[in-house]
Design a protein around this ligand. Structure first.
Ligand SMILES: Nc1ncnc2c1ncn2[C@@H]1O[C@H](COP(=O)(O)OP(=O)(O)OP(=O)(O)O)[C@@H](O)[C@H]1O
Ligand SMILES: [Mg+2]
Length: 457
């Protein structure tokens, strides 16, 4: 279904140029309207997917349009475009529920980025409705929208019903355990236990008796016979987290169990048959561990029948805002706070941050921001991530590019920000801007056209 976009501005010329810019990239149903009174009626009679409105108009202002739209359709996505120097209005607009606020001058690129973010939000809302009806429950609550994650999910759905062992790899905090749970809940074993253990958490002898159990008197302190976790997991799924930390002697025992499907308790003679599916996870490089002889090759091949590689968050940036907004919404509802949202520059910072600790780090950062802020809007300054003191910072995207592309990106950022600063300062007056920048008017126009900077005198 096509997105319905309504653009409101009392200047025909502005309407036309916005339409021209947007239809180059998007296939939207665009409606243009210059009569703000009519627009006010329109937004109360029809729900648009997206509304783009000017702030200062002759009869009715953008703020009234926003209020009317949100009052009638609370999940309306409204982007406000304003003239120069209207910071106060922008704060008010965000409070009233505007999705974002764009100040002139702005580039067509900036406008499109804003629209892209708005589209993600609209999509997420329809997805959230699905989650509420339970459709997504069996995926253990994995939130995603990116093609990379979708591909993984398709693989999970395909392999889950079988009995094959699965090895999940990925950096810390990428969601390895979540995927293990999703495999379990999509399998025929879902009514039986899912038992996770961390292979690095206990000293070896304790861990062995945890896993395999022990007979009475097997060692000092073993006053009672105790079945192990593997027995408890019978008919279910056993999750070996941090499998790379498993000692060599336990590797041998695990291998024997996988081959014979039987275990023996510590200090016991009897063999006990068990039927478990093994899922193992690690953030270490197991191939290297095999070469270093710290991980048995035969065990490695047993576990690695199916390999699931969870990408780091920075490699599926389409999911960043989706996840961030999800965690924030969850915190709000758990803590009975009114719906919160991120400001535009907070979202920009989230998108640019490299997320070395992946989704787990994001959960922590959003949690801290939520509890420290008292406002309904989480601002850039509330996020406990390093402030970049020059606005042309070398971000994730730039670092991932070749030198040539990176240089071009930095140059573009500089040219746009530099020029926008002077255009704003001089309220769109080209002659004065040229004079203050030490350029001629032609060069200013050339830059404005190069980056499609939208300004107004
Ligand atoms: N796609 C996702 N959707 C929703 N929540 C996610 C997603 N990925 C990760 N999480 C959440 O992030 C946190 C970390 O995930 P998980 O524990 O599965 O990662 P991990 O790879 O096992 O991390 P670690 O290496 O730190 O043990 C969990 O709270 C999990 O619920
Ligand atoms: Mg984990």
């Amino acid at each position: 279904m096509k997105v319905n976009l309504l653009i409101i501005d009392d200047e025909q010329e502005m309407l036309k140029s916005l339409e021209k810019i947007l239809s180059r990239k998007y296939d939207f149903n665009i409606r243009l309207i210059s009569d703000s009174r009519k627009a006010l009626e329109l937004v109360q009679t029809k729900k648009y997917d997206l509304i783009l409105t000017d702030l200062m108009m002759k009869d009715i202002g953008g703020m009234d349009i926003l209020k009317a739209a949100v009052a009638k359709y609370p999940d309306s996505t409204v982007i406000i475009i304003s003239g120069y120097g209207t910071i106060g209005a922008s704060v008010e607009a965000m409070r009233e529920g505007a999705f974002d606020f764009i100040e002139k001058p702005f580039t067509s690129k900036k406008l499109m980025e804003c629209i892209d973010r708005a589209l993600v939000q609209t999509k997420q809302e329809s997805k959230n409705n699905k989650i509420e009806t339970g459709v997504n429950e069996e995926l253990a609550g994995i939130i995603y929208n990116s093609p990379q994650m979708d591909e993984l999910i398709q693989l999970v759905k395909k392999i889950a019903p079988g009995n094959m062992n699965v090895l999940i790899t990925g950096e810390s905090g990428t969601g390895k355990e979540l995927f293990a749970r999703a495999i379990h809940s999509l399998s025929k074993r879902s009514y039986n236990p899912f038992v996770p253990v961390n292979c690095g958490a206990l000293p070896e002898h304790l861990f062995e008796s945890e896993l395999f159990g022990h007979e009475r008197g097997a060692f000092t302190g073993a006053i009672k016979t105790k079945p192990g976790l593997l027995e408890f997991a019978d008919q279910g799924t056993f999750f070996f987290d941090e499998i790379g930390d498993l000692s060599l002697s336990l590797q041998v025992k695990l291998l024997r169990m996988l081959e014979e499907r039987k275990i023996r308790r510590v200090g016991g003679e009897k063999e006990i048959s068990i039927d478990v599916r093994i899922i193992a996870a690690t953030n270490k490089n197991l191939d290297q561990a095999v070469l270093d002889k710290t991980f048995r090759e035969d065990l490695y091949y047993r576990l690695n029948t199916i390999r699931l590689e969870i990408p780091p968050l920075r490699e599926h940036p389409e999911d960043i805002l989706l996840l961030a907004r999800h965690f924030l919404a969850e915190l709000c509802s758990k803590n009975d706070r009114k719906a919160c949202r991120f400001s535009a520059d907070a979202e920009k910072a989230l998108l640019e941050y490299p997320w070395a600790g992946n989704v787990r780090e994001m959960q922590n950062i959003i949690g801290r921001a939520f509890f420290l802020s008292t406002d309904q809007i989480i601002h850039r300054g509330d996020l406990p991530i390093p402030q970049q003191d020059i606005s042309i910072a070398i971000n994730r995207e730039i670092l991932a590019s070749s030198y040539k592309d990176a240089k071009e990106m930095v140059l573009e950022k500089f040219e746009v920000e530099y020029l926008s600063h002077y255009l704003k300062k001089n309220q769109g007056n080209i002659s004065r801007t040229a004079e203050e920048c030490g350029l001629d008017r032609r060069s200013i126009h050339r830059l404005i056209n190069k980056y499609n900077i939208i300004y107004q005198e």
